[in-house]
Design a protein around this ligand. Structure first.
Ligand code: HEC
Length: 236
């Protein structure tokens, strides 16, 4: 009889734990902050969050007029990739809540999901990431290679210099591969400056190519993203 009761308690406890996110569970350390504004709730299944080197962080953040986060909290999925996270005390200076990557200065680098404070239900803004690959390499593929490079490097019938920058092929085509049109190795893990990829896209250094890539990547954020990725080991 006793045993059976324990079993029921264990079940109830497990059910309560599972329902915790939807029931407004707030991590313990956030209880101390007095609630005085909106709360944002992020749910979803996120892969690759830990692939970002120190200079970056994957966060749930509030933004106002500027590209610097007013407030942010780190997104750290559990071992299965599940995320259930709350950002509290969102003040009037915030218009938008985003699942995004910010740099060390809290400046926005790229955004995965965004919700206006105006969409709040009561005082809660809901963000669902769904099933998301938030890995660093996926970001480079989607933000840089797909829109800017792939049309010449594999999307058309021939890939320029035999280099594929298309989804699913780019990593194998880059890392530790000898360059064909330039001198050297396309990507040397840990050594951005010594990598042909870096040399080709940065101004003033064309790696001896017969075709200039100057002006294709003008954003220092994009150039830095590539360098940080290479220096952190060029992982997929
Ligand atoms: C308009 C077409 C075009 C676009 C867009 C383009 N490339 Fe290229 N790329 C070329 C051509 C052509 C070559 C080969 C030049 C040669 O043979 O001297 C090349 C060569 C390269 C090489 C040297 C590869 C090797 O093995 O020698 C790298 C690295 C490279 N491109 C990266 C990029 C990246 C990164 C982007 C996007 C930011 C990009 N390319 C966008 C046409 C393009």
């Amino acid at each position: 009889m006793m045993k059976k009761n324990y079993g029921i308690f264990a079940l109830l406890f497990a059910a309560a734990a599972l329902a915790a996110c939807d029931d407004g569970y707030v991590p313990r350390e956030e209880f101390t902050a007095t609630h005085s504004g909106y709360t944002a709730k992020l749910t979803g299944h996120i892969d690759g969050a830990d692939s970002w080197p120190d200079y970056y962080q994957l966060v749930l953040a509030g933004f106002g007029d500027s590209e610097y986060a007013v407030t942010q909290v780190l997104v750290s999925p559990d071992a299965q990739g599940n995320v259930c996270l709350t950002l509290t005390d969102i003040g009037n200076d915030v218009d938008k809540v985003e699942l995004c990557v910010t740099n060390r200065l809290r400046r926005r680098i790229l955004t995965y999901k965004s919700a206006d404070v105006g969409t709040a239900v009561g005082d809660t803004i809901y963000l669902d990431a769904g099933q998301l690959d938030a890995g660093m390499y996926a970001a480079i593929q989607h933000e840089i290679f797909n829109p800017t490079c792939a049309q010449c490097h594999g999307l058309s019938t021939t890939a320029a210099a035999g280099l594929y920058l298309t989804e699913g092929q780019s990593h194998t085509s880059l890392v530790d591969r000898p360059a064909t049109a330039a001198e050297g190795t396309r990507v040397v893990p840990g050594d951005a400056e010594g990598s042909v990829l870096h040399q080709v896209v940065n101004p003033g250094n064309e790696a001896g190519l017969g075709f200039s890539h100057e002006g294709m990547l003008t954003s220092t954020d994009e150039l830095r993203l590539i360098d940080e990725w290479i220096n952190a080991g060029a992982k997929n």
